[in-house]
Design a protein around this ligand. Structure first.
Ligand SMILES: NC(=O)c1ccc[n+]([C@@H]2O[C@H](COP(=O)([O-])OP(=O)(O)OC[C@H]3O[C@@H](n4cnc5c(N)ncnc54)[C@H](OP(=O)(O)O)[C@@H]3O)[C@@H](O)[C@H]2O)c1
Length: 214
């Protein structure tokens, strides 16, 4: 079975912020970022999304570009990658637009004991992240895009489970405390190899890096 592959995809300000100082639902990227985000979604079998990001935004990003939808269709893949929401509480407002979006929704929680909240089709238990990711790969969900937020990204980076970083640098300096990794995030020494750098329009810069250390 293929090994799981995790790509963290974020739009970040020039000072490394994920959201404005006041917090809330951040919309940092422009149309160039939207395209590279959709390309990452088109690559993915599923997306890992932190519960707070879903609660704040009310929905997740869908592939809209027809060429990407056509490509997935010719590969006989679902139009959209599955949305795997990561949560300890499993508490969500059922009226969120997310629950009307045309995709498969799974809940990943530390405990398999609680009831599956309405709107989710399946649940998987997070006993150990490496084991869970291997099980997901066995189920055909080996290519995973991590859509943030910072808490989830930090947790996966701490466990050295992120293989690739896809960052769109957006031309804003935001200040505040919402860095793209949470305060106190404790990482092992790590280095990354540059795979790609290009402007994507609107003075935004795409950077893709691959982990070079275990
Ligand atoms: N610029 C970008 O590209 C981008 C992308 C995504 C998000 N954002 C921004 O990021 C902010 C949200 O990020 P955030 O760091 O506050 O929250 P987050 O990472 O989206 O979600 C945190 C929540 O996820 C669950 N969670 C996280 N790690 C977990 C783990 N290891 N095991 C189980 N559950 C876990 C918990 O949910 P429960 O509370 O249910 O237990 C936790 O409260 C928003 O401002 C959003 O707009 C920006």
């Amino acid at each position: 079975m293929p090994a799981p592959e995790l790509r963290l995809v974020l739009a970040v300000s020039l000072d490394g912020r994920l959201a404005p100082a006041q917090g809330g639902a951040a919309q940092l990227g422009g149309s160039g970022d939207r395209r590279v985000l959709e390309e990452a979604l088109a690559w993915a079998d599923a997306c890992l999304i932190g519960a707070r990001t879903i609660r704040l935004h009310g929905c997740t990003c869908l592939i809209r570009d027809q060429d990407l939808l056509d490509h997935r269709s010719t590969q006989q893949r679902s139009a959209q990658p599955h949305a795997l929401v990561v949560s300890r509480t499993g508490v969500f407002e059922p009226a969120l637009r997310f629950f009307q979006q045309p995709l498969e929704r799974w809940l990943l929680t530390p405990s398999a004991a609680a009831e599956l909240p309405a709107g989710f089709q399946q649940r998987r238990a997070i006993d150990s992240w490496p084991q869970l990711l291997r099980r997901l790969a066995d189920e055909g969900l080996g290519r995973l895009v991590v859509l943030g937020g910072a808490e989830l990204a930090g947790h996966l980076l701490e466990q050295q489970l992120v293989d690739e970083l896809q960052l769109t640098l957006v031309p804003q300096v935001l200040g505040g405390r919402h860095s793209w990794l949470p305060p106190g995030c404790a990482l092992q020494p790590n280095t990354w190899r540059l795979l790609e750098q290009r402007g994507v329009g609107g003075d935004e810069l795409l950077l893709r890096y691959r982990r070079t250390t275990a």
